[in-house]
Design a protein around this ligand. Structure first.
Ligand code: AMP
Ligand code: ZN
Length: 118
């Protein structure tokens, strides 16, 4: 996708701090980390969101998840981490190229989402 920021990172048109790369997936540090460890794992193939996932995407998405634990450990989240995939407006997705946030570090993370609606 021409104007997708993460596709530009895949193509090397925008710099990133790479954590891992192979022919199908890429992991790089989030530009605005919310914890000592915060990186993103993406398929190199452009998939806008989990809403657009098709059966043929299963293997590459599985691969994104499969590397998470090893990479998290290597990055300093050896005692645990949180994986987040924001989807669509309600999920407050900002970049429409599927990505898994890997968030952690030495300290325990805050509790899960607290619902503040009616
Ligand atoms: P979201 O779509 O809400 O799951 O979040 C998108 C994430 O991408 C945010 O945490 C941003 O800080 C991150 N982000 C946006 N642009 C870049 C970039 N050029 N390099 C690394 N991370 C980025
Ligand atoms: Zn893209």
């Amino acid at each position: 996708m021409e104007n997708c920021i993460f596709c530009k990172i895949v193509r090397g048109e925008i710099p990133s701090k790479k954590v891992y790369e192979d022919d199908e997936i890429l992991a790089f540090h989030d530009i605005q980390p919310v914890a000592p460890v915060h990186f993103l794992v993406i398929p190199k193939l452009h998939i806008s969101s989990l809403f657009e996932v098709e059966p043929g995407h299963q293997a590459v998405l599985g691969k994104c998840l499969a590397v998470a634990g090893k990479l998290a450990r290597e990055q300093g989240a050896a005692d645990g981490f949180r994986t987040i995939i924001n989807t669509g407006r309600v999920g407050r997705q900002e970049v429409y190229h599927v990505h898994i946030h890997i968030i952690g570090g030495p300290q325990t993370l805050p509790p899960m989402i607290v619902w503040r609606g009616q």
